[in-house]
Design a protein around this ligand. Structure first.
Ligand code: BDR
Ligand code: CA
Length: 313
């Protein structure tokens, strides 16, 4: 058996972040070195607490959770309580966490971990605004060639945006951080709205998760039912898009996704299109291809994988 792939999850839980973390913790192919948290869906004090709640729900209180950036590099923090609820994890009644928050700052943990490993050993999985990752790259540029891959949820092109007509939430919250990451020369895989909007939490899929009959299955069903109400109303679909678990699913089964290598640039100048990811899908420029951008998903395969891994927790 090949060694488990080492990952750091950088996150702002968030119900869909929670499902992504649980998918990773239920998968023996992945070795979660740590979970770093960032301000995004809700402020940092809640995202770090939510990450610990999720680890405890999974029965994995040995996972180390670190708090990172309290606000974006340049812009004022924008949060999304209207989607995720006041706590960021509205839905189930999860216990207050008992496991400690690590003392080290998330950015230090990312830098130190990468410097302590060889090249191509550690993969970063950002599920929120890219502030911590950009800070780490700026603080210690020697980490860039050591990162095996950054697989991130963010951006959108064909689908437009979900927080402005042109911008997706994670990129919009910290477009300057996204700019640093997109220019870092690290192999990038991007899960934009174009693919995550095809991963819908239909009633039948949530029922399969609830039918697991476990504490994790019940909590996940409640998280998803709360989470989908906003997007169901907005898009008129059966279910809402399950964004962040696409990142972890890609690590486990890349064949579930289809995309192409493109140049991706982010808008940081115009207020009208702030945070828009300009994806050169048709290769109409000579700009270098800096990201593998996903557009299609085997959604049945994705939900089968998710449900099967949740069942192991
Ligand atoms: C992204 O924004 C957040 O609200 C979700 O957790 C996801 O990471 C989708 O735009
Ligand atoms: Ca997120």
């Amino acid at each position: 058996m090949t060694a488990a792939r080492k990952i750091i999850i950088d996150t702002d839980p968030g119900q869909d972040d929670a499902l992504a973390i649980l998918l990773a913790l239920g998968s023996p192919e992945l070795d979660v070195l740590g979970i770093t948290t960032v301000a995004g869906n809700v402020p940092l004090a809640l995202t770090e607490k939510n990450a610990r709640k999720i680890c405890e729900l999974a029965g994995k209180s040995d996972i180390r959770v670190f708090a990172g950036a309290i606000r974006p590099l340049v812009r004022t923090l924008v949060t999304a309580e209207h989607v995720h609820g006041r706590t960021g994890l509205d839905g189930p009644d999860l216990a207050e966490p008992e496991m400690p928050l690590q003392k080290e700052h998330a950015v230090d943990f990312i830098v130190d971990t990468l410097m302590a490993h060889g090249e191509n050993e550690v993969t970063l999985c950002p599920l929120g605004p890219l502030t911590n990752i950009a800070l780490a790259l700026n603080r210690e540029p020697r980490i860039a060639p050591r990162i095996r891959q950054i697989v991130l949820m963010g951006g959108g092109f064909f689908e437009g945006g979900n927080v402005t007509p042109t911008a997706e939430f994670n990129i919009y919250v910290d477009p300057h951080a996204a700019d640093v990451v997109l220019r870092a020369g690290v192999p990038l895989v991007m899960m934009p709205l174009d693919v995550t909007h095809k991963a819908l939490t239909t009633r039948a899929r949530i029922a399969s998760i609830r039918d697991l009959g476990t504490k994790v299955g019940n909590a996940c069903a409640e998280l998803l039912e709360f989470f989908e109400r906003f997007d169901e109303e907005k898009y008129g679909t059966d279910g809402g898009p399950l964004h962040d678990p696409c990142v972890i699913a890609y690590l486990l089964k890349p064949e579930l996704f289809k995309g192409r290598a493109c140049n991706v640039t982010v808008e940081t100048g115009s207020e009208l299109t702030m945070g828009m990811t300009v994806i050169d899908w048709w290769h109409v420029t000579e700009r270098p291809k800096n990201a593998l951008v996903m557009r299609d998903i085997d959604d049945d395969g994705f939900f089968e994988l998710l449900t099967e891994r949740l069942a192991r927790l």
